[in-house]
Design a protein around this ligand. Structure first.
Ligand code: BGC
Length: 260
């Protein structure tokens, strides 16, 4: 356990995933975790109240008392959940920020989209750190998440996983869960990913596309097979990006103009 140091520029982030609720103290100057990452299993069923309780347990593990950021795998505006593509629909309309804050005795909680959090962290500290201009991060997992960052500022709640590409929703075409379900080779799956990337780059013309999600650990097997025009690089922060980005958002880093 690492006690927070009030003299340092530290924040706290929690990444809520399908299998784990992971948290850590973040050095906001370097994007590094201060001490270890702590993970508890995602409660089943993952209702807002059950997740709030698990979040409180993760926070208590570190003895953290300041503001914190928490990710959610869907659209979040002003702390309120708007969509639930791959989680229970009962989340829609929930003021997650309030539910989490109540479970933490009133601590301020910023809730933001999971890919937005990863994008903030990758742009500042990871694969996008040497680039300026428009950067798009796409995460490939159960669904496809997206983040758009322009000169360090996040445009929240882009949902490129749900754009229609050749008559099919992007995440139904090219999420890594589709590869698994259909037992596709990387060659086969990458054809679908290319179609999605082409649709995104034609709509927004980013300078760089960062690909994240578990399958980006094997990026050498498939990124070279992509044939879209924008340079594509693998995420660099891997399993800490969500935590780091959530902590950044809680401090307004990269989200000063956003409502999330
Ligand atoms: C959701 C996104 C989310 C992504 C990854 C999509 O289905 O609509 O908001 O970022 O999954 O979790």
């Amino acid at each position: 356990m690492t006690a927070p140091d009030p003299n340092k520029n530290h924040g706290f982030g929690i990444d809520v995933g399908g299998s784990g609720v992971k948290g850590g103290i973040v050095d906001l100057d370097t994007g590094q975790l201060v001490g270890e990452r702590f993970k508890l299993p995602t409660p089943q069923p993952a209702t807002p109240e059950a997740v709030a309780k698990t979040i409180a347990d993760v926070v208590a593990h570190f003895g953290w008392t300041g503001p914190l950021g928490v990710t959610y795998p869907g659209v979040v505006t002003d702390g309120v959940v708007r969509t639930a593509a791959n989680v229970d629909k009962s989340w829609i309309g929930t003021n997650a920020s309030e539910v989490y804050s109540n479970a933490l005795g009133g601590q301020a909680v910023t809730v933001l989209n999971d890919a937005d959090a990863a994008g903030l962290a990758e742009e500042r500290f990871g694969a996008g750190r040497d680039n300026s201009g428009v950067i798009v991060l796409l995460t490939f997992g159960t669904g496809i998440g997206s983040a758009v960052i322009h000169n360090g500022l996040l445009l929240p709640n882009t949902e490129f996983g749900h754009i229609e590409v050749d008559g099919k929703e992007a995440e139904h075409r090219a999420a890594s869960s589709v590869k698994e379900r259909k037992a596709w080779t990387y060659e086969r799956w990458t054809k679908e990913v290319t179609k999605v990337l082409v649709a995104v780059e034609n709509a927004i013309w980013p300078e760089l596309i960062i690909v994240g999600g578990g399958i980006s650990r094997k990026a050498d097997k498939w990124v070279p097979l992509l044939t879209n025009r924008t340079p594509v690089v693998a995420a660099a922060l891997q399993n800490t990006a969500g935590i780091v980005g959530a902590a950044m958002a809680a401090h307004g880093d990269g989200t000063e103009h956003a409502s999330a």
